[in-house]
Design a protein around this ligand. Structure first.
Ligand code: KIV
Length: 300
């Protein structure tokens, strides 16, 4: 580690956390923003150690961690607990907690109350919600309450049924215009960044150029201001079929299966545990213990 605690990448770095305005500065300087999801303390710690800028406690947990078919059933309490765990590990990155489906749709009051819980009880630095439309007003209310809020347009998994499934979005001029309008409305409502999911690169580029806040792409091509991937997808720790936009940087599933098989072999063959895995006891104590134990009478 260098003696100088100031990472040179952040011009306005002070101490500890990445300052939120730094993200807009990174966009201005043309420096890419890196975001990854995490769902527990080790994940947060590893993301921090790897120099990740933003950690998202995503409701993708519903699928990759809890094995559900979609993100719809994820509860606020699940996100709350995971945010507490992640923030214990991720000290320097900004931690963004996803607002799950049903936690912000009903009213501005509901949205603000739940965002406050994620920040106060969960320790999140910011929250994220999906879609344009009524979510724009919710984003405005959350931002007005002093909570940084991130938007998310394009493929919005919470409403995938309405979109006809987990499909790319904005593939016609009309739909792309709608997507741009949603992104602009979210920026005007006070969002500090916007996720663009599963949209053609040309659309993502135009939206990125049209906004002064950063865009974070996932399946949106190379021209967004940053990129995000889901932990289990990028690390090969998910048995389902990963979307086409995922690049696998590791094959943890295979590593873990191999380790478990070797453990099982060692246990079955008596190779594990060895002396080094056990605790010592003075010989006289062991002898006294054994002398005091009456052998069990044999059953006939
Ligand atoms: O829940 C999640 O992980 C997300 C990302 C795909 C951006 O929303």
């Amino acid at each position: 580690m260098s003696d100088d605690p100031k990472p040179q990448r952040y011009a306005s770095w002070t101490a500890g956390k990445i300052p939120l305005p730094e993200l807009r500065e990174m966009k201005r300087r043309g420096e890419k923003i890196v975001m990854v999801t995490a769902y527990d303390a080790p994940g947060g710690r590893l993301a921090d150690a790897a120099g990740i800028d933003l950690v998202l406690v995503g409701d993708s947990s519903g699928m990759v961690v809890h094995g559900r078919e979609s993100t719809v059933a994820v509860s606020l309490d699940e996100i709350l607990f995971m945010t507490q765990w992640v923030t214990r590990g991720a000290k320097r990155p900004l931690v963004v907690a996803d607002m799950p489906f049903g936690s912000y749709e009903i009213s501005d009051e509901q949205a603000v109350a739940n965002a406050v819980r994620l920040v106060k009880e969960g320790g999140a630095d910011a929250v994220k919600l999906e879609r344009g439309g009524t979510s724009v007003e919710r984003a405005r209310a959350i931002a007005a309450a002093g909570i940084p809020v991130m938007g998310h347009v394009g493929l919005t998994p919470q409403t995938a049924t309405v979109l006809g499934g987990f499909k790319a979005q904005g593939r016609t001029a009309e739909r792309a215009r709608g997507l741009l309008a949603d992104a602009r409305a979210l920026e005007a409502a006070g969002c500090f960044a916007i996720v663009l999911e599963a949209v053609p690169p040309a659309v993502a580029r135009t939206v990125t150029q049209a906004l002064s806040v950063p865009t974070i792409g996932i399946g949106a091509g190379p021209d967004t201001d940053g990129q995000v991937l889901v932990w289990h997808d990028m690390l090969g720790y998910y048995e389902g079929r990963a979307p086409r936009f995922v690049k696998r940087y590791a094959d943890l599933g295979a590593v873990i299966t191999d380790a478990l098989e070797r453990f099982a072999d060692d246990v079955r063959s008596g190779v594990f545990p060895e002396q080094q895995h056990t605790y010592a006891m003075p010989d006289e104590e062991a002898a006294a213990f054994e002398a005091g134990v009456r052998p069990q009478s044999r059953r006939r």
